[in-house]
Design a protein around this ligand. Structure first.
Ligand code: FEO
Length: 398
């Protein structure tokens, strides 16, 4: 793939992984693939910022070779050690024997354990910088965004922020910039990425954005290590991250459910009707028919999360359990919800869902609804009333 100049003498030299369908093992369904963005800064000194996943190591070196001899690299800046960015490092180090690795202490510890390379390190912390000649690279540690080693790099002369995973998207494209792709798709993938990777670290995200604003950094381009580069409107993703990090949601409800003989589904649809009647956007997600990654992405913008299941083996159905387990790790803030479901001889799914929603931190704002066997007209009317009541709260931003 051709390299792309993103700023004067700063080139994207990464790789596009069109076929990746699962990231982080089986946890993140990447239906649009991803990219591993690596950047080469050419000045009196030459710096490579981040790398690619090991299967793309030859592509990275070929791309660098379009611009320079890899042996001329002076610095390899490792903002994050996860193998999707560091996998190619041993081969890059071999091709650039004079290069020094610049990284955080945690990154150095991790790289030594991962690869045990014979290489010189320079450990940096927030405020440290290196001069490349006419350009400078400053460093900002960003622990737990999203690993302990994570770090941002910033080139003040180009107003360029290189934040590695932060502000990224799993989005393979032949284009590199935000003004070249559909903005709705871009923001949908950015939201899905935030919800599935950064949501548990929202308090740290908010603090880091405040810190960057406090440092007075001028930013006119954000070049993450996955997906599209924000050059037309970096403010759009900064504003979205600020909102997501504060736990702010849209006027939207998600009804997540699964069903054995359609009784719980009838309840879910009646609740949906009640919400929609209040003029509130609502989405019905059958757990076994929707990918967990997509549901989690939808929940990022949903104020209300209503969860239903038939009782099965004394509990809620396994597809619902999968998503609730994932949510218990992600811990979305400032959400409201309720539980509902049908049962045969003992209602166990509904109280268990209530317990799980409480553990996740979702405020229960309506009595749960449990229906024996099949909902009758009166019970379906109660479902519609519950939907309407929650719709009113969502509309009011409660
Ligand atoms: Fe893109 Fe945390 O790796």
């Amino acid at each position: 793939m051709d390299v792309v100049e993103i700023k004067p003498k700063v080139h994207w030299v990464g790789a596009v992984d069109w076929n990746l369908r699962y990231f982080h093992g089986p946890t993140y369904y990447t239906h649009r693939g991803t990219t591993y963005n690596s950047y080469l800064i050419q000045d009196e000194k030459i710096a490579l910022v981040d790398g690619v996943y090991e299967p793309f190591q030859d592509e990275l070196l070929e791309n660098i070779g379009q611009l320079i001899d890899p042996a001329d690299i002076d610095y390899i800046i490792v903002n994050h050690i996860e193998p999707d960015h560091s996998g190619a490092l041993p081969k890059v180090v071999a091709a650039a024997p004079n290069a020094k690795i610049i990284c955080s202490q945690k990154a150095k510890d991790g790289l030594e354990k991962y690869y045990g390379m014979d290489v010189e390190y320079r450990v940096v912390k927030t405020g440290d910088e290196i001069s490349l000649g006419s350009k400078t690279v400053k460093f900002i540690l960003a622990p737990m965004l999203h690993w302990p080693d994570s770090m941002f790099s910033y080139v003040p002369e180009d107003k360029l922020l290189l934040p590695n995973d932060a502000f990224g998207q799993h989005y393979a494209s032949s284009f590199r910039f935000d003004d070249q792709v559909d903005n709705h798709v871009l923001m949908e993938e950015a939201a899905r990425y935030y919800a599935n990777i950064l949501l548990p670290f929202s308090k740290l995200v908010a603090k880091k954005i405040e810190e960057i604003i406090g440092m007075g950094l001028e930013i006119d381009m954000i070049a993450p290590s996955h997906g599209i580069i924000w050059r037309q409107n970096p403010g759009q993703i900064l504003e979205a991250y600020t909102r997501w990090a504060r736990g702010e949601a849209g006027h939207k409800a998600v009804i997540l459910y699964d069903t054995m003989w359609n009784s719980t589904e009838s309840m879910a649809k009646a609740i949906l009707d009640g919400i929609i009647a209040e003029g509130v956007e609502a989405q019905l997600c059958k757990a076994s028919a929707t990918n967990t990654t997509e549901v989690i992405g939808e929940l990022l913008e949903a104020k209300a999360v209503l969860v239903g299941s038939s009782t099965f083996h004394g509990d809620y159905l396994p597809p619902v359990a999968t998503i609730l387990d994932e949510l218990s790790g992600l811990k979305p803030q400032n959400r409201i919800g309720m539980a509902f479901g049908s049962y045969g001889w003992r209602s166990e799914a509904v109280p268990h869902i209530e317990q799980m929603l409480t553990e996740i931190g979702i405020e229960l704002v309506h009595d749960s609804l449990a229906v024996n066997w099949r909902p009758n007209d009166e019970e379906l009317a109660k479902c519609r009333e519950a939907g309407a009541a929650i719709g009113k709260l969502v509309k009011a931003g409660k």
